[in-house]
Design a protein around this ligand. Structure first.
Ligand code: DP6
Length: 401
């Protein structure tokens, strides 16, 4: 974008998605470069329901790099933020010194203003750092005119962020090099590959997680021999099985691996010393309910997975969504029936048989605050409409109220 009246040399706005791992990343072999001890695989969630939006501007009039997240200024000196900024500026300088004729070098030495918002509550424990760092890196690259592979930079913001750089089904190949150059995300299948697949985020609690992933996995690497076994012997086999299940759209195989891998991740948390508990009573009830439901039908129709918090993410096929939602509504009766319980993609109302009402334990009223109904979606996108920029023409955050 050409230089504006207030000296903005470049400005860009992008959006990026949340992803949910079905083969979990847990544990680093290099904490600074964020290199994992095992590969992982995730599904990128649709940005219509969950996304981060980021605007970045450069200007010769900016005194220093600054960042605002969800309306509040944050510390730009955060080491992971600095890694991403440094890596992008390094690539931009390299392009200039390589003499790329298409490069507009205005703004290369300028400071940046970064403004970012989520369309979902950060405190809901929904992998906001993955979408946040993916969006930061994608937008920085746009502002500085870089078209390189970016997942290795997003990875240095937050490991799981590298998988948010692509849509659909994405693997993060752990790599083996010490410099991390081969530790990259790669799309396995695009978001259009399995249109029947549906995803339900069951928000069990709006509380912040007790132990963050970064410190939790650090303690696990130090103390859990189950984690070592998992990384060396279990995950490599599961990655092959999961890629095959996704490619063949084999729901029972996909679902079984997803549940087993979530359970093993939480088992490694329990094997950590002192142990880490991310699941609560509601999470345990959901696990129980999914198995009872599948058992009732004699086939695997629904799968759960849990990250470093109590929220369940459910995978199922379109044809089973409405009934399973009624099951959830029955066993976790919401406070009100005003339709606010289900957000996102519309869900038809299906009657619930008396038999299905018997499959679970005692209902837990208000155990789930709401459900986000979504599906697989695309990777980061550029927002072309200049009215959508979060920074004004003066380069400062627009007033929202
Ligand atoms: C349980 O990517 O948040 O969600 O690399 O330290 O930032 P850092 O950790 P982070 O860990 C995510 C862990 C997980 C599993 C997963 O997403 O694969």
């Amino acid at each position: 974008m050409p230089e504006g009246s207030m000296g903005i040399s470049n400005i860009a706005t992008c959006t990026a998605p949340v992803n949910i791992a079905v083969i979990k990343y847990w544990g680093k072999r290099n904490e600074e470069l964020i290199l994992p001890i095992n590969s992982s695989l995730s599904v990128t969630l649709h940005q219509d329901q969950l996304k981060t939006t980021t605007t970045i501007a450069t200007s010769r009039s900016f005194q220093e790099d600054r960042i605002w997240l969800n309306g509040k200024e944050e510390d730009i000196n955060h080491p992971r933020l600095q890694s991403c900024l440094r890596e992008i500026r390094r690539l931009a300088r390299k392009r200039r010194s390589d003499g790329d004729p298409g490069l507009d070098s205005t703004g290369l030495s300028h400071k940046v203003h970064i403004c970012s918002v989520n369309n979902f509550p950060t405190a809901a424990g929904l992998a906001s750092s993955a979408a946040g760092f993916a969006c930061l890196v994608h937008t920085l690259a746009r502002v500085f005119g870089i078209e390189a592979e970016l997942s290795a930079i997003a990875r240095q913001g937050s490991g799981s962020a590298c998988r948010s750089m692509y849509g659909g089904f994405v693997q993060w190949i752990m790599g083996h090099q010490d410099d991390g150059k081969d530790s990259l995300a790669q799309q396995v299948e695009p978001e259009t590959h399995w249109p029947e697949l549906r995803i339900l985020v069951l928000v069990a609690s709006a509380e912040r997680k007790p132990i963050g992933s970064t410190s939790g996995m650090h303690t696990s690497v130090e103390t859990s021999c189950l984690l070592k076994h998992r990384a060396e012997a279990v995950v490599p086999v599961r990655m092959d099985g999961m890629i095959e299940a996704v490619q063949r759209k084999d729901f029972p195989a996909f679902a079984e691996l997803t549940m087993k891998d979530s359970n093993q991740f939480h088992a490694t948390c329990l094997d950590t010393y002192p142990p880490i508990f991310y699941l609560n009573n509601v999470s345990h009830q959901i696990i129980n309910l999914v198995h009872q439901y599948n058992n009732y039908y004699g086939e695997t129709r629904v799968a759960y997975t849990f990250d470093a918090g109590p929220n369940a993410v459910i995978f199922t096929l379109q044809e089973h969504v409405s009934e399973f939602i009624q099951v959830v509504r029955h066993f976790f009766p919401p406070e009100t029936n005003d339709g606010q319980f289900i957000k996102g993609l519309p869900v038809n109302c299906a009657p619930l048989s008396e038999e299905l009402k018997q499959i679970g334990l005692e209902p837990i009223p208000k155990g789930i605050s709401y459900i986000i109904s979504t599906k697989a979606g695309p990777g980061p996108c550029v927002v072309d409409d200049p009215t959508q920029h979060l920074l004004g023409t003066d380069g400062w955050p627009k007033k929202t109220e």
